[in-house]
Design a protein around this ligand. Structure first.
Ligand SMILES: [Zn+2]
Length: 418
C-alpha cells in the first residue's frame, strides 16, 4: 500500500476518532430533554392554588397544601371527571408528579382521569385520609390507557381523600425529621444558602469535631428531583443508621463527620414540581456551571473541605429514584480514593440480599451531576444511588439499613489502611 493510499485510510479514521472524542462532551442522558445542560433560569408556569368545586354535584378538589400538583378539574360526563396535571415548565423528563385532595358531599363512586400535559402516567397512586399516613391504591381500581391517561375508580364521601404520586415528604416533614436526628445524636443544622423562594438550604453536620482534629468525611445529598421520594426515604434511613446508638455507628462517628444536604430542592418539593427548581432547571445538571443558588450554596460549603488538612472526603452518595434499583458508580478504570470502594460495597450488599434486583451501571464522570463534582473536587469515590419508585417500603428500610452498615464497616476499614 502506498503512503498516499494509507493516508486515505488514516485520515477518515482520525476524523472518526476526533468526532468520538468531541462527542464525549456531555449534552444529556437518553431520557433528558434537549438543552438540559443549559442551567440558566427559565420561566415556569405558576400553579394556581385553589379548591375547585362542582357545586351541582357536591364534588370538591384542592391543591391548597405543600407538595400539591393539580392544575385543573372538570366534568367529562355523568360520573367521569378529569384532573389536568401539568409540569412546572417543559421540555421536561417524564416524572409526572401529582398530589391533590378530593371529597364529595354525599357518598358516591366516580371515575377520575389523570390527564397529563407533556407527560404520561408513571406513578402508581398513594392514598391517605389525613395527608400523613399512606397506602398504595388497589391496582384493580386503576386503568392506564395507551395514551398514558390513568383512570381511577374512587369511593368518595364527606372526608377528604388525598391522592398523590408518592407519599408527601415536604420541607416541613424534613425539618421535623432533622430535629429527631439532632435529638438522637450530636448534629448541627446550618443554613448554607437559600433557594429562589427563600427556603433555607439545610445542612446537617453529624458528629462534628474540633477543626484541628483529623476526620474523614462522608457527603450525602438528596431530593434534587422532587418526586423521588423513595430515594429521600433511603437517605433518611441511611442517616438514622449512621446516627444510631450501635457499636458500629459509634465507632464510625468517632472517625467520620457526616455532611448531609438531604433536601437540595425545597422549592420543587413544596411546589409539587416534576423535576426542576423554581427557575425551571434540573439541579442535577448544574454541578458544572453552578447557575442556581441551591447547587452554589452546597458547592461553596463543601469547598471549605478542599484545603483543610484535617478533613478528608472519603465518599459521596447522591440519592435518587427511578423505575428500578440501580447504582451508578464511576467507571472502574478510573482511580478514585478509596479505589473501587463502591464495587466492593455493592458486592457485599448483593450477598446480603441475593433475591433483590439491583443493577449496576458504571459511567464516565463527564456529566455535570453531584456525584461527578465530588469525584473531580476531592478525588473521592462517589455514587448515584437510585431506589425503585415502587419499592416496598419495609423492604426499602431493611435494605437501606444494611447498606448503611456495610458502608460504615468498609469506610472504617479504608480509613484504618491509611
Ligand atoms: Zn433523580
Amino acid at each position: 500500500m502506498s503512503r498516499y493510499q494509507l493516508s486515505w485510510i488514516i485520515l477518515p479514521l482520525c476524523m472518526v476518532l476526533y468526532s468520538c472524542k468531541s462527542s464525549e462532551e456531555f449534552t444529556g442522558y437518553a431520557y433528558d430533554p434537549e438543552g438540559v445542560t443549559n442551567t440558566s433560569d427559565k420561566e415556569i408556569q405558576p400553579q394556581h392554588k385553589r379548591t375547585i368545586g362542582r357545586s351541582e354535584e357536591g364534588i370538591w378538589i384542592s391543591n391548597e397544601f405543600k407538595g400539591a400538583r393539580m392544575n385543573d378539574f372538570y366534568k367529562v360526563d355523568k360520573s367521569l371527571y378529569r384532573v389536568v396535571i401539568e409540569p412546572e415548565n417543559h421540555p421536561i423528563n417524564n416524572s409526572p408528579w401529582y398530589a391533590f385532595k378530593i371529597h364529595s358531599e354525599s357518598p358516591r363512586t366516580v371515575q377520575l382521569q389523570l390527564s397529563y400535559r407533556h407527560g404520561e402516567h408513571r406513578y402508581h397512586p398513594n392514598i391517605s385520609r389525613d395527608g400523613n399516613h399512606w397506602r398504595t391504591m388497589d391496582p384493580s381500581a386503576i386503568q392506564v390507557d395507551t395514551a398514558g391517561v390513568a383512570t381511577l375508580t374512587l369511593d368518595l364521601d364527606g372526608d377528604p381523600l388525598w391522592i398523590s404520586a408518592q407519599e408527601l415528604l415536604t420541607y416541613r416533614d424534613m425539618t421535623q425529621w432533622m430535629d429527631s436526628i439532632r435529638t438522637a445524636s450530636p448534629t448541627v443544622v446550618d443554613t448554607v444558602g437559600y433557594s429562589h423562594r427563600r427556603y433555607p438550604i439545610l445542612k446537617m453536620t453529624t458528629a462534628p469535631k474540633p477543626r484541628d482534629q483529623k476526620q474523614g468525611v462522608l457527603v450525602i445529598t438528596g431530593r434534587q428531583h422532587p418526586p423521588e421520594v423513595t430515594g429521600g426515604l433511603a437517605s433518611r434511613i441511611f442517616i438514622e443508621t449512621l446516627t444510631a446508638d450501635t457499636r458500629l455507628a459509634r465507632a464510625f462517628r468517632k472517625a467520620f463527620e457526616i455532611w448531609s444536604y438531604p433536601l437540595v430542592n425545597p422549592d420543587g418539593v413544596n411546589g409539587g414540581h416534576w423535576r426542576h427548581n423554581a427557575a425551571g432547571v434540573d439541579l442535577n445538571r448544574d454541578w458544572k456551571n453552578f447557575n442556581q443558588p441551591e447547587t452554589r450554596a452546597i458547592r461553596d460549603d463543601l469547598l471549605t473541605l478542599r484545603n483543610d488538612p484535617n478533613r478528608k472526603v472519603y465518599y459521596g452518595i447522591d440519592f435518587h429514584s427511578t423505575n428500578e434499583n440501580i447504582f451508578y458508580p464511576i467507571n472502574r478504570d478510573i482511580t478514585t480514593f478509596p479505589d473501587d470502594f463502591t464495587y466492593k460495597w455493592i458486592e457485599e450488599l448483593k450477598n446480603s440480599f441475593p433475591e433483590m434486583p439491583l443493577k449496576v451501571e458504571p459511567f464516565p464522570p463527564n456529566s455535570p451531576i453531584a456525584k461527578n463534582w465530588i469525584y473531580h473536587t476531592f478525588g473521592a469515590d462517589a455514587l448515584t444511588y437510585e431506589v425503585d419508585d415502587r419499592a416496598d417500603r419495609s423492604q426499602l428500610r431493611e435494605i437501606s439499613r444494611q447498606a448503611a452498615q456495610i458502608l460504615m464497616q468498609n469506610l472504617l476499614e479504608a480509613k484504618s489502611q491509611q
